[in-house]
Design a protein around this ligand. Structure first.
Ligand SMILES: [Zn+2]
Length: 220
C-alpha cells in the first residue's frame, strides 16, 4: 500500500539537502529521523485510516480507530525496521510506515495485530530493540484481510484517478466545502470527511454526501 508524502515535507527535504551540501566535507548526513519521522508517520496514518491520535503521553498507544481499538504507529525513514520497548503499553493493532523522504513516497509495510510482530522478541527482552524490516514484511504477508485496519481512502488518490480542483498546498489544503478540515494529503481522506463530518455539504446519507462532494470538488 503506497501513498505520496504531504507536499509540506518537500521544503524540509530541500533545506536538509542544502545543509548536507554546505557541510559536505564533514560527511555528516543530516538524516531526518527521530520525532520528526514519528510525528509525520502518526499524522499520515491518522488520515489514511481515519484514526484519533492519543497525544504525547500515551506510551505504546498512539491512536484509536473508530471502533475504539488501540493502535500503535511506527514510522521509519531509513527502512531498517521498527524499535519497541518492553515497558510500552501494548496495542491491539500495529501500523508500520516506511517513509522515503528522498522520493516523497511512503509505504504501509505492516497493518495487523501488534503481537504478531512482537513474537520476534525473546521472553527476557530488555531495553529498546529493533525488529528488522524483513521480519515485519514477513509478518504482514501472514495477516488475514479481516485483521487489517480498513483504509479510510482509496489509495490511488492523490496521484491518479481523482484530480482535485483545489490545488495541493504545501501547508495542507483546507476543505473547499467547509474550510475547516485541513487535509495534509489532499485529497486523501476526502471520502470519510465528506460522508460524516463536513459541514459544507447538505445533509443526506453518507453516499449522497460523498457523491455531492465529489461532483463539486473532484474530477474523475
Ligand atoms: Zn469539509
Amino acid at each position: 500500500m503506497q501513498f505520496d508524502l504531504p507536499a509540506a515535507i518537500h521544503d524540509l527535504v530541500v533545506a536538509r539537502n542544502k545543509l548536507r551540501e554546505t557541510y559536505r566535507k564533514t560527511g555528516l548526513t543530516f538524516t531526518l529521523d527521530g520525532n520528526l519521522i514519528g510525528d509525520l508517520g502518526e499524522a499520515i496514518a491518522a488520515e489514511l485510516f481515519d484514526l484519533r491520535l492519543e497525544g504525547r503521553n500515551a506510551r505504546g498507544i498512539d491512536a484509536r480507530d473508530n471502533r475504539d481499538r488501540t493502535v500503535q504507529i511506527k514510522a521509519t525513514g531509513t527502512g531498517r525496521g521498527a524499535v519497541f520497548r518492553p515497558s510500552e503499553e501494548r496495542a491491539a493493532h500495529l501500523l508500520v510506515l516506511d517513509l522515503d523522504l528522498e522520493n516523497l513516497k511512503g509505504t504501509v509495510v505492516y497493518n495487523g495485530p501488534e503481537e504478531k510482530v512482537l513474537s520476534y522478541m525473546s521472553d527476557d527482552w530488555r531495553g529498546q530493540r529493533l525488529v528488522p524490516m524483513s521480519f515485519i514484511k514477513m509478518c504482514d504477508a501472514d495477516v488475514n484481510e479481516e485483521e487489517r485496519l480498513k483504509s479510510a481512502v482509496t489509495l490511488q488518490a492523490p496521484s491518479s484517478n481523482l484530480t482535485p480542483i483545489v490545488p495541493v498546498n504545501r501547508q495542507g489544503t483546507l476543505c473547499p466545502a467547509c474550510n475547516e478540515k485541513n487535509f495534509i494529503l489532499w485529497p486523501v481522506g476526502w471520502d470519510a470527511h465528506a460522508a460524516y463530518a463536513c459541514r459544507g455539504i447538505a445533509p443526506g446519507t453518507p453516499d449522497q454526501r460523498k457523491t455531492e462532494f465529489k461532483k463539486l470538488y473532484l474530477v474523475s
